[in-house]
Design a protein around this ligand. Sequence first.
Ligand code: 5GP
Ligand code: MG
Length: 177
Amino acid sequence: MDSQPRPQILFSREQIEATVSNLATEINNNYRGKHPILIGVLKGSFVFMADLIRHLDFLLEVEFIRLSSYGRGRSTPGEIKVVQGLRSPIKGRDILIIEDIVDTGHSIAFLMDYLQKKKPASLRLCALTDKPSRRQVPVTIDYLGFTVPNKFIVGYGLDWDEKFRYLPDICFVEVED
Ligand code: 5GP
Ligand code: MG
């Protein structure tokens, strides 16, 4: 087990708490009186989503969607697919996607396109983290928590090889691609 990378803290749990609370204030202001569906992208968004929704004060529904991932370290995206879909229709509904990280942008661009075809009333994106240095396709993030450097991020829901999702801080590990 010696070869496990050691996560180092990038943003502490206190910083996360403050940022999530600020994001929630902004989202509350924009969705007051509305009845949106928040769609969490599995698995990485589950911790962030759980914290975020407990600060929200409008009528909201929660859904999850899961995409096939093209694998850690691989820089060229393969085919992205929905491997676990939505259980309720979104036509005419206000949709807010909750994502863990926007890296190259391929996954979220695919998902936005996939959901847009279902004719929601509105479609916005809330991302915990953004790694703009790696972007390959343009993505508009409506609500952003943290901009992160070009490092591999773990903790607060994000994994390295399914490990470290449980860490309460946003960390990075030194890994080789
Ligand atoms: P994309 O490159 O398509 O924007 O990112 C796709 C997915 O790769 C993200 O939603 C996330 O699940 C994963 N990913 C990208 N960068 C990182 C990272 O630094 N750490 C972790 N844990 N996952 C990442
Ligand atoms: Mg993700």
